[in-house]
Design a binder for this molecule. Sequence first.
Ligand code: S3P
Length: 173
Amino acid sequence: MGHMSVVLIGMMGVGKTTMGRLAAKALGYKFIDLDRAIEERAGKRVDAIFAEDGEATFRQMEADTADSLAGAPRVIVSAGGGAPMREGNMARLRAIGVTVYLKASEAMLLQRLEASKKPRPLLQGEGWKEQLTSLLERREPIYMSADFVLEVDHLSRLEIADAIKQIALGAAK
Ligand code: S3P
């Protein structure tokens, strides 16, 4: 109890990285972005891994990088949107810390993704909105298996960060 590590999951664009960073600061925890950690291990960017090595290679690196973080004390990890999908990965993420699904409406995700500068290899080209809908449909049931579900649409950034903090401190229900 108290001072648990936390893993944020949820769709691209929901704000896992932003909120994770904020909550980590409030807690005095280390913040780790899983995509960044993969890039450091691979020596190249996520979009380059997708383009040059393919998604399957990226997913293997993602699972391996998650394993390398198992048991890390007092960290907030933001996991890429697809990380929970591979067989066994929810358990891998759970071995790092308590899992929290940052849940947003599709309308909010669309709005945030339109404004986002992060390259997203899975949402390229004209059909990206339809692709988002289909990914969300497939992923939602897995995301919902998180230890906590935090609906973010009507919360401020500070409220979201505070909710994550309460979970890390073992104070949330
Ligand atoms: C992905 C999400 C990305 C990144 C990669 C694949 C996904 O992370 O891991 O582009 O499958 O949803 P974010 O969720 O931080 O955008």
